[in-house]
Ligand binder design. Structure first.
Ligand code: ADE
Ligand code: ZN
Length: 329
């Protein structure tokens, strides 16, 4: 079995960040939205660093204006995921981009996204869950509104709450109110940390937000005591190697810390983050990891089992997916 053909569990995918450039251009033409500066001469998203990436990301989302737009986006994204062998995908959803954190608008957007997710499952067998995500640089007050959207719509599909955005502003602790509210509503928790923030941002996430998973978290590699803590506490990292390399955090796969973290006993999973932005796919991530570290089929199977164990879904769904992970002889 070629490792790229294995069934895959993906835990870290931003819905808007997974929008193919051609899809965004098509909507822009339909709606006469000017997207100058968003694409390069080859039609790819154009940015030079993380902060430009966030700007381009938000500019591109300006064409996503209605629940129907999000229905179409979700179908396009999940079709691509399924084509990459993904059988389970957790998507970060942002009420900020779905009606500006207004609860009633959010309900309509969420219904459209769910309907698309149901249709994708019927068409391609891909199972999904949603994680409502606050945008860090919008600040703590906005995160309270986002948390309200999450707590009011939490159910067996909308199962998680998280935080993304610019790690250079504010601190994890500033968002503790939103995370406490989400926890009380039964939502499971993850936050971006240890990507642009150092190891201390991972500690802050564990201490102040009490999350069970960390988005990225790779800079824990700089702090041996933190590596031990992650390993002992079984904290799961949603590692996105291609994203880190595309944004210049590490020069190449060989120097990416995922292999060292795994060897140190830290539970690592693999995801794409914002695949078209970073010119990657799940197949590409597996191929590059296989080349860089000689991970074989059994290592990828272990990786996927870790991801499935950490998935924010019910145990019945987990058990069904576990059967689909086993390679067919
Ligand atoms: N939003 C989308 N992708 C992100 C990333 N890699 N880090 C932080 N926020 C994001
Ligand atoms: Zn991310």
């Amino acid at each position: 079995m070629i490792v790229t053909d294995l069934a895959k569990i993906e835990l870290h995918l931003h819905l808007e960040g997974a929008a193919p450039p051609a899809f965004i251009r098509g909507l822009a033409a339909e709606k006469s939205v000017n997207l100058s500066g968003v694409f390069d001469d080859n039609g790819n998203y154009k940015f030079n660093d993380f902060w430009e990436f966030l700007k381009v990301y938000e500019a591109a989302t300006a064409v996503l204006q209605t629940p129907q737009d999000f229905y179409r986006l979700t179908r396009a994204v999940l079709e691509e995921s399924a084509a990459n062998g993904v059988i389970y995908s957790e998507m970060f959803l942002s009420p900020d981009f779905c009606g500006g954190r207004d609860l009633s608008a959010w309900r309509d957007y969420l219904a459209a996204i769910r309907s698309a997710a149901d249709d994708a499952e019927a068409a391609d067998g891909i199972v999904t869950r949603g994680i409502v995500t606050a945008v860090r640089h919008e600040g703590p007050d906005a995160s309270k509104e986002t948390a309200r959207c999450a707590t009011e719509t939490a159910d067996d599909w909308l199962t998680g709450f998280g935080l993304g955005g610019d790690e250079a502003v504010l601190s994890q602790a500033d968002f503790s109110w939103a995370f406490d509210a989400a926890r009380e509503a039964g939502l499971r928790l993850t936050t971006h940390a240890g990507e642009w923030g150092g190891p201390e941002s991972v500690r802050d996430a564990l201490d102040h937000l009490r999350v069970e998973r960390i988005g990225h978290g790779v800079r824990a590699i700089e702090d041996p005591a933190l590596i031990d803590r992650l390993a002992e506490d079984g904290v799961v990292l949603e590692v996105c190697p291609g994203s880190n390399i595309a944004l210049g955090l590490y020069p190449n796969f060989r120097s990416h810390p995922i292999d060292r973290l795994r060897r140190a006993g830290v539970k690592c999973t693999v995801s794409t983050d914002d695949p078209p932005f970073f010119h990657t796919t799940m197949r590409n991530e597996y191929d590059r990891l296989n080349n860089a570290f000689e991970w074989d089929e059994s290592e990828f199977l272990t990786l996927n089992k870790i991801a499935l164990d950490a998935a924010f879904c019910d145990d019945n769904t987990r058990a069904k997916l576990a059967k689909r992970l086993e390679p067919t002889p």
